[in-house]
Design a protein around this ligand. Structure first.
Ligand SMILES: Cc1ncc(COP(=O)(O)O)c(C=O)c1O
Length: 536
C-alpha cells in the first residue's frame, strides 16, 4: 500500500512542478494496482490547499479521491515522540502507512531523510522495475484492503458495544446464513472442527458407534468422530471428484453405523443422491423425498436413521442440483477459518440444518448444554463464535456471491488456459509437461457447483510433484498439498488397524495432488503466468 503525501498529490494533479509527470504516472499505477491510499489526516488539508490555491484542479482531485483508500490515524499515535514533535503532519502520515504495512510516497526531501517508509516517485518506479513477480496463494490482504472500510465500521460497533459474546452480529449472521442457503436454521460456533462435534453430539454419536467417512480430508473430519469415542470407518474416494466413493459405502455399513460424513473436498459436493440411495437401500426404504421426482432433498425433514452430515468446511456457497448442500443432509457444517472461501479473522464455523429439533439441541450444546442460564440439559461445549468474528463474516457475506463467481471464473480460466496450451497425452485427459511428467486438471460434475476452496491438479510421475512445486516456487508461485497423507495411514489412527493399500485411490491421489494459487483476485495476467510456468 502507498499513502500519498499531500505534496505528491498536488504535484500529480496540478502539474505544478518538474516532478509532476512522474508523479501522475505513479499515481495512476498505484490506483490501477489497488494500492492507492491517503491518510485521514491529509483529507482536509489537501482539499483546503486546492480550494485556496488550485481551485481549477479541485474537481479532478475529487474524482481521484474516490479511488483512494482512506487510512485512519491510529489512536496509538505517540505525540511525545521526537518525530511527532518535529513534524506532526509527517509523523501521522507515516503512522498511517505503518498501520497498513505500507509506504509513503512523497517529494518532501526532509520526509525522505527522516522516514524509512518514505519513498520518492522515482524510487517507486525503480522498485517496481526490480519487483519480482510474486503471486499470493489466498490473497487475504487484498480482501481486507477491499472491504476495510466496511469491516472497520462493523468491528468498531462491536468493540464499542462491549457485547463480545453473543452480541447482535451473531444472530444477524445466523439469519444471513439462512437467507444465503435457504436453510431453516443456522447456528454459529467456534470453528469447523467444533461444528462437526456439535453435529455429531446432536445426533447422539457415542462410544461404540461407527461413522463412515473419507480418508482423504483434513484430520478434523475423522478426529472429531474419534474424540466422541466412536469409530471412524473409512471408504475410498472417487477418482474424479476425490470425494467419498458412494458405490463403496454399502459394504461398510453395519448395525453400528450411525452416520456418514460426506466431505465436499476443495469445495465440490460429493455424490449426495447416491449416498442417500445407499442408506435407503440398506434400510429397506428406497422412497424418494417429496417434490421433484429426481430430487433427494430432505425437504426439511431428515428421513433415514443413518444420518448424513456434510463437512462443508471448504464448500460454503457450493450447490448440488441448484440448491445449497444443507438441503441434502441432516446437518451441514462449515468453517470460517481465514483461508476458507468465506473466512473470518480467526476461528469460526457454523452448523446448518432444516431440523428445528437438531438446531435447538446444537444451540444448547454450543453453550455447555444449557437450556437456561446455569441449567445444563446436556454435557456440551464452550463453542460460541465471537461477536467480532460474526461481524467480519457479515461484511464478507455481503460480497460473497460476487467473490464466489470470481473464484469460479478463475478456475474456469485456469482450466481453459491449461487445456489450450498443454499437450494432451494420447487418448487421455492428462496433459504432458515432459515425457515423464503429466498433469490432470480438476473437474466439476454437471449437477453441482464448487466453491473452489482449492484448484488442485494432479502430477503423475515419481517425485514429479515436488519438482513441479520447486519450479513454480522459483517463479514466485506458491503451491500447497491438500493432503499428503491419507487419514488411515496417520499415526493417530494406527489403532484402527488400517494399512497401506487399503484405500488405493486415496493413497495414489495424496501422492499426486497439488493446489495452485486460488483467490477471487487473480488477474488474467497472473493466471496466464501460472499456466505458462506450469507448462514450461
Ligand atoms: C474438510 C475440513 N473439515 C474440517 C475443517 C476444520 O475447520 P476449522 O479449521 O475451522 O476447525 C477443515 C479446515 O481446514 C476442513 O478443511
Amino acid at each position: 500500500m502507498y499513502i500519498f503525501d499531500i505534496n505528491f498529490l498536488l504535484d500529480a494533479i496540478t502539474g505544478r512542478s518538474e516532478n509532476s509527470k512522474v508523479c501522475s504516472i505513479v499515481l495512476e499505477d498505484c490506483i490501477n494496482k489497488g494500492k492507492a491510499c491517503i491518510s485521514s489526516s491529509s483529507l482536509h488539508n489537501i482539499r483546503y490547499v486546492l480550494q485556496r490555491n488550485y481551485k481549477e484542479h479541485l474537481d479532478k482531485y475529487l474524482d481521484i479521491e474516490k479511488k483512494l483508500k482512506v487510512v485512519k490515524t491510529p489512536s496509538y499515535a505517540d505525540l511525545e515522540s521526537s518525530f511527532a514533535k518535529e513534524d506532526i503532519e509527517d509523523y501521522i502520515v507515516e503512522l498511517s502507512a505503518k498501520s497498513v504495512n505500507g509506504k509513503v510516497l512523497t517529494n518532501d526531501k526532509l520526509f525522505l531523510e527522516k522516514s524509512q517508509l518514505a519513498i520518492s516517485p522515482v524510487d517507486y518506479i525503480l522498485e517496481d522495475l526490480k519487483e519480482e513477480i510474486k503471486i499470493d496463494f489466498a490473497n487475504l490482504k487484498k480482501q481486507y484492503f477491499l472491504y476495510q472500510d466496511e469491516l472497520e465500521e462493523e468491528m468498531d460497533k462491536v468493540l464499542n458495544s462491549a457485547a463480545y459474546i453473543m452480541g447482535s452480529a451473531v444472530k444477524e449472521l445466523e439469519e444471513n446464513l439462512c437467507r444465503f442457503t435457504g436453510a431453516k436454521n443456522a447456528v454459529t460456533c467456534s470453528s469447523g472442527t467444533d461444528a462437526l462435534l456439535l453435529a455429531m453430539m446432536a445426533l447422539d454419536i457415542k462410544p461404540g458407534d461407527e461413522v463412515i467417512t473419507t480418508p482423504f480430508t483434513f484430520i478434523a473430519t475423522a478426529e472429531t468422530i474419534a474424540l466422541l469415542g466412536a469409530k471412524p470407518v473409512f471408504v475410498d474416494i472417487d477418482e474424479t471428484t476425490y470425494n467419498i466413493d458412494a458405490s463403496k459405502i454399502e459394504e461398510k455399513i453395519t448395525p453400528k453405523t450411525k452416520a456418514i460424513i460426506a466431505v465436499s473436498l476443495y469445495g465440490q459436493p460429493a455424490n449426495l443422491d447416491e449416498i442417500r440411495a445407499v442408506i435407503e437401500k440398506v434400510e429397506g426404504r428406497g422412497e424418494k423425498g417429496e417434490g421433484d421426482n429426481n430430487s433427494s432433498t430432505f425437504n426439511l425433514q431428515p428421513s433415514t436413521s443413518i444420518k448424513i452430515i456434510i463437512d462443508g468446511a471448504q464448500s460454503f456457497g457450493a450447490t448440488y442440483k441448484g440448491k445449497a448442500e444443507v438441503h441434502y443432509a441432516d446437518i451441514y457444517t462449515t468453517s470460517f477459518f481465514p483461508a476458507k472461501p468465506l473466512g473470518c479473522f480467526g476461528d469460526g464455523g457454523a452448523v446448518l440444518t432444516n431440523s428445528d429439533e437438531l438446531a435447538e439441541k446444537m444451540r444448547m450444546l454450543r453453550v455447555h448444554g444449557q437450556n437456561r442460564r446455569y441449567h445444563h440439559k446436556y454435557i456440551g461445549l464452550g463453542a460460541r463464535m465471537d461477536t467480532l468474528q460474526c461481524a467480519v463474516v457479515n461484511v464478507k457475506l455481503k460480497h460473497y456471491k460476487e467473490d464466489l463467481a470470481k473464484r469460479q471464473e478463475v478456475a474456469r480460466k485456469y482450466t481453459e488456459r491449461l487445456k489450450a496450451e498443454g499437450r494432451r497425452e494420447k487418448g487421455s485427459e492428462w496433459l504432458e509437461l515432459d515425457p515423464s511428467t503429466f498433469i490432470l486438471l480438476p473437474s466439476t460434475l454437471n449437477n453441482r457447483t464448487s466453491a473452489w476452496a482449492q484448484y488442485s491438479i494432479r502430477v503423475k510421475g515419481e517425485g514429479r510433484r515436488e519438482k513441479v512445486q520447486a519450479k513454480l516456487k522459483e517463479a514466485g508461485i506458491p503451491t500447497a498439498v491438500h493432503y499428503p497423507m491419507p487419514l488411515h495411514l496417520q499415526e493417530c489412527f494406527a489403532y484402527l488397524g488400517y494399512k497401506e493399500g487399503d484405500f488405493p485411490v486415496a493413497e495414489k491421489v495424496s501422492k499426486e495432488i497439488m493446489s495452485l494459487p486460488m483467490n477471487p483476485y487473480l488477474t488474467d495476467e497472473e493466471i496466464g503466468y501460472v499456466a505458462e510456468k506450469l507448462l514450461l
